[in-house]
Design a protein around this ligand. Structure first.
Ligand code: WT7
Length: 638
């Protein structure tokens, strides 16, 4: 498969960029025409950012799996779609060719149908990183069901909230998942999530760890048994459901600065075009190359750059079940050597963690197959950038620093490997179709270069969020009301003298912990659920490996003879309510929080104390009780 829209040099980039901004409809019409549609669209784009109302390829009909699978069979049928590497380096790897993957997705589409799944139904997927996860995702798309994948690090309570919000009647899970030396009991977590839940009709359980699980009659079935039933039915082909370009493809929950996580909704046509276009251009993918994205499919990075982008481009993806540091910190490099990986796309937190183990874990491996390196999820600091560039890329591989979000569907600001220049710690230039603007606190657009502001996007792009599930008003207020006529990203940003963008981090109350997005309000809610916690405030602080760590100030009213035990109890509560990924790194017990006379917590002060930067706390005279600041400073855990 070749890509007529792949940009090969910087002039072509500039030309494409200009055209995409001046004539977006013409630009995307040509690109979308290279995909397989059952019916062509009547209109490319219809939008306003007031409601917001964004529709791409109106009236177009398609099924995304025909683009990811069927259309490749004639040319790539025997080529690997997925190479799967187990958590255990001793276990044999699996290879699924496009023909294999097509067959398995068709089979599982039948399984979904046999179990009552219909077009538009929500299917929750809670699995480890095994090929069946990709198969389940694509099978949902084939039958027209809306998938909602939940990362394996979320708790029963978090799953229950998401199931309820989406009214998902179907679940696909595993008995358990292997991650490093852990065996995570996924089905047990699902069982707890389903206590008292009346609307879930069916749980399909794939076998992986074969840890003992409860199987409830009439509700729970084994994946393998259901496949056997389909096999006896003969022809495994499943006629793909014909979807509207704007039919919902999936929901993915993500945290914001307030309330519970919201379900970000992506639709079929625009998301397909956007993930494919950005994959092909940013990574400069060439047919036959092996693309290794280390993200979990539970996050948007996995959706877009393990599943939909690469597979719609006929690429070979490497899917890894394990973690970077097990059995030792050479695991990634061993995989790169074993499969002669061409493209490695990973997160700064992983790079920083591996850096800490030293070069002895890198040196034994031949990394000469690598051509492109990628970074995603959080700002990459210069030290990590250079380590990655020198020791992994051997100064031969461009690094693409890709800035984007769950809401943007795919990469927005990034250099294109070898086509536009990289610059350490800079995402650099917007991709065609992306119109970034920087605005000040008053909403005034900041023109020119060598400036900084809040990052907004002023024009729609095909992969953008359409709504937040079940609550369109929340979508409007969260993203489209802060600055009129613009999508607000929540990120602060610099634009250098050459027009390169550098994302500096969130400007709202959202933390980025190891590339995972966590709302401070969400953690506070969880802390406050602990018996004895009167009040709490959560802030981020710079953490060498995680990027940000979670620092919690807790007003505790219980009798705690043993502070450390109480801390552990509180951490356990957060783990139960949200999941282990949201556990505070530090808990400081305080007798009160710094508040203004109107009762607002002065987070600015708490952030400074958490950073150990207590020299100048700014004006504290407006505080209700300025004395509390001294107490908190004295007890700071830094
Ligand atoms: C937030 C989005 C993008 C998929 C994975 C995370 C931060 C993401 C970069 C980057 C600096 C980055 C932003 C953004 N972020 N990529 N290359 N440089 N910051 O998706 O969970 O939706 O988080 O991650 O703060 O808003 P997400």
């Amino acid at each position: 498969m070749t890509y007529p829209y792949q940009i090969n040099n910087i002039d072509a980039y500039r030309e494409a960029y200009q055209k995409s901004i001046e004539h977006p409809e013409k630009f995307w019409d040509e690109i979308a025409s290279t995909f397989v549609w059952r019916k062509k669209w009547d209109k490319v784009l219809d939008w306003n950012f007031i409601e917001p109302h964004v529709k791409w390829f109106l009236g177009g009909k398609l099924n995304i799996t025909e683009n990811c699978l069927d259309r490749h069979l004639a040319t790539l049928g025997d080529k690997p779609a997925i190479i799967w590497e187990s958590n255990d380096p001793e276990e044999h790897h699996r290879v699924l060719t496009y023909r294999d993957l097509h067959m398995k997705v068709n089979q599982f589409a039948h399984v979904l149908k046999n179990n009552g799944v219909k077009k538009g139904d929500r299917v929750c997927i809670y699995m480890g990183m095994i090929p069946e996860l990709t198969i389940a995702v694509l099978a949902c798309a084939r039958v027209g069901a809306i998938h909602s994948v939940i990362f394996g690090g979320f708790s029963s309570q978090a799953i229950a909230d998401r199931l309820y919000d989406a009214q998902a009647e179907f679940i696909v899970t595993c008995d358990g998942a292997f991650r490093g030396n852990k065996d995570i009991p996924l089905k047990n977590v699902i069982d707890d999530a389903l206590i008292g839940c009346r609307f879930v009709k069916r749980v399909i359980v794939a076998t992986r760890t074969r840890t003992p699980v409860s199987m409830i009659k009439g509700r729970d079935v084994w994946w393998e048994d259901e496949i056997k039933k389909v096999e006896t039915q003969g022809n495994p082909f499943y006629e793909p459901e014909v979807m509207d370009a704007e039919d919902e493809l999936f929901i993915l929950y993500t945290s914001g600065s307030t309330g519970k996580p919201k379900g970000v909704v992506h639709t079929t046509g625009g998301y397909m075009v956007w993930t494919n276009y950005t994959f092909v251009n940013v990574f400069q993918y060439q047919p036959g190359q092996i693309h290794f994205c280390t993200a979990d499919i539970g996050w948007i990075t996995g959706h877009s750059y393990i599943v939909y982008g690469p597979l719609s481009a006929g690429a070979t993806v490497l899917m890894f079940e394990g973690v970077p540091t097990w059995p030792d910190a050479g695991r990634f490099w061993q995989i790169v050597e074993k499969y002669k990986v061409d493209i490695l796309y990973t997160a700064p937190t992983a790079i920083r963690s591996l850096m800490g183990f030293g070069l002895d874990y890198v040196k034994p491996y031949d990394l000469s197959s690598l051509k492109v390196l990628g970074s995603v999820g959080e700002p990459i600091n210069e030290e990590a950038w250079w380590w990655f560039y020198r020791n992994i890329g051997k100064e031969n591989c461009p690094i693409v620093d890709t800035w984007w979000q769950t809401e943007t569907g795919g990469i927005m600001i990034s250099n294109m490997a070898g086509v536009t220049p990289h610059k350490p710690a800079h995402a650099t230039l917007p991709l065609p179709g992306v119109n970034p603007v920087l605005v000040d606190e008053q909403g005034k657009v900041i023109e020119g270069n060598a400036v900084s502001g809040n990052l907004c996007i002023s024009q729609p792009w095909p992969g953008m969020i359409r709504t937040t599930y079940g609550d369109h008003e929340r979508c409007r207020t969260t993203y489209f009301s802060t600055y009129p006529q613009s999508y607000f990203t929540g990120d602060g940003c610099l634009r250098d003298e050459d027009g390169n963008y550098r994302i500096t981090g969130r400007v709202d109350d959202v933390l980025n912990v190891s590339g995972h997005r966590i709302g401070t309000a969400e953690v506070e809610n969880a802390l406050n659920m602990h018996n004895g916690v009167v009040e709490s405030a959560v802030v981020g602080y710079a953490h060498d490996i995680k990027g940000q760590g979670i620092y919690a100030y807790v007003v505790y009213d219980g009798s705690h003879e043993d502070e450390n035990l109480t801390r552990q109890d509180i951490i356990q509560t957060v783990s139960r309510v949200i999941g282990p990924i949201a556990k505070p790194d530090k808990i400081q017990f305080v007798s009160g929080l710094p508040k203004t006379r109107s009762g607002k917590i002065m987070r600015r002060i708490l952030r400074k104390i958490a950073e150990g930067d207590t020299g100048n706390l700014g004006d504290i005279t407006t505080l209700l009780d300025p004395g509390i600041v001294q107490e908190i400073k004295n007890g700071a855990l830094v």
